[in-house]
Ligand binder design. Sequence first.
Ligand code: SF4
Length: 372
Amino acid sequence: MKYVDEYRNAEAVRHYAKAIAQLITCPWTIMEICGGQTHTIVKYGLDDLLPPEITLIHGPGCPVCVTPAEIIDQAIALATLPNVILCSFGDMLRVPGSPEQGDLLSVKAMGGDVRILYSPLDALKIAQANPDKEVVFFAVGFETTAPATAMTIYQAAQQNLQNFSLLVSHVRVPPAMEAILSSPDCQVQGFLAAGHVCTVMGYREYEAIAARYHIPIIVTGFEPVDILQGLYHCIRQLEAGESKVENHYARSVRQQGNETAQSLLQKVFEIVPQTWRGIGEIPASGLKLKPEFAAFDALHKGLLPKAIAPTPVVPNECISGLILQGIRKPQTCPAFGTRCTPNHPLGAPMVSSEGACAAYYRYRQMPTAAVS
Ligand code: SF4
């Protein structure tokens, strides 16, 4: 805990909050990309420490939230097949698909073999132990989790596993940032970039975005001091008219990132357009298995009898698309905390441990946490 305590130090938080207040001369709107950062801001009430001129808006960095409903439907359809063991991360089980499809937890309750794993590599062991079943791992996440998926496929190929496949819904952060910046509704003037994504990918791609859109991007972490420090440097740049990438998560991030992980991603995946739930298709924002690994693609294997057609699946009153683009805040959703709660979610942002609606429900209904 000593390592983390340093970044939850109340004096350091107050120092940065005071420095920001002394620096600011006009209103600024800053988006934190990652749902983990959103949870820290809401949990510790960091937004309440800032001058009223600063507006924080929450970005689309919750991979569970942006997974399109048609892919959830495909996972549900796979899980209902008698010869399939469907594995995924725990958060995915309660994300609703189409209204008529329900969720993976319902399939499990009805007797479907749906298993929660912490690593896709564990799915290989399940496949080895169940040679008469098809084991499908539902792979979701940003560039942080994609290398583990790539490693899993690499090992499955080496082991020549015939009964293992993936349903892939990996997404990439930089194209989503560009989509937000290109929107006519864009209010974002500065970004806090997610340190764990940059640990894998580095931040060269962000340098091109900062230059193209004249916007400061601060790579930072997930603890209160990280967030306040990131905001301070973002506002310092905005006040000075600068638009650079600064790395303030140097304890983990290098400019070039983890080149071994990147090389693995390039071997296994190709970049494709991807639909983001509530947002729509974003060019070059998804990862798909390369043709040489198609034998491990659950959809390519023809496990499903027919394609699951895309449907407009988000209930009308769920405004998750606006939440994920930072255009609205969770409490402004008419269903928040009444018809939509973690026990009865209408949309993915109320389900996921990184969802903005879940953060506001969990922490703004109760006293916020204290920094030490
Ligand atoms: S509170 Fe519920 S219904 Fe409203 S945007 Fe969030 S997930 Fe959707």
